[in-house]
Ligand binder design. Structure first.
Ligand SMILES: [Fe+2]
Ligand SMILES: [Fe+2]
Length: 157
């Protein structure tokens, strides 16, 4: 049975909210797909990885388009991170096709370590930029105290 110290547990945390409804919704969906991938038995890994790749491709493409359209500063390093994650995911997917399970497991664990700082630093800066361009204001983030207290701590923190 898994517990909060299990590396295959990945619970959403409200500290990852960036204050932009669409981005927050997509990040929650990303975290859900990642949690499913981390917990997947061997015979479900391919399906879970495909779903995550499909969601991540669309989400990253959207953020990249926003950055270009709104002339976001330092956009290249943000886009490079997206591209590196997708490259790695597709490589791991190919190896999974060839019957290699461990690269997919390692990728899932690395993605769980990558996701929080990416969202909290790069995506949150993008959310601020979008709000500034649209309303000349900063995004407001409301953290749910109850959820934050009850959420299990991911083991990589
Ligand atoms: Fe994002
Ligand atoms: Fe991003």
């Amino acid at each position: 049975m898994m517990n909060s110290s299990d590396t295959r547990v990945f619970d959403w945390r409200d500290t990852w909210l960036v204050g932009h409804a669409q981005l927050d919704e997509e990040h929650q969906a990303f975290a859900q797909l990642l949690a499913a991938l981390l917990a997947a038995p061997d015979d479900s890994l391919a399906v879970c990885l495909d779903e995550l790749i499909s969601h991540a491709s669309a989400h990253f493409a959207e953020e990249d388009a926003w950055m270009r359209r709104l002339n976001f500063p330092a956009q290249q390093c943000h886009m490079d991170e997206h591209a590196a994650v997708l490259r790695s995911a597709l490589g791991v997917r190919q190896r999974l096709n060839g019957g290699e399970i461990q690269p997919a497991r390692r990728f899932a664990a690395e993605l769980a370590a990558w996701f929080p700082p990416h969202v909290q630093h790069l995506d949150s800066a993008l959310a601020s930029w979008i709000c500034k361009q649209a309303w000349n204001a900063k995004p407001l983030v409301f953290h749910s105290r109850a959820r934050a207290v009850t959420a299990a701590a991911p083991s990589f923190v």
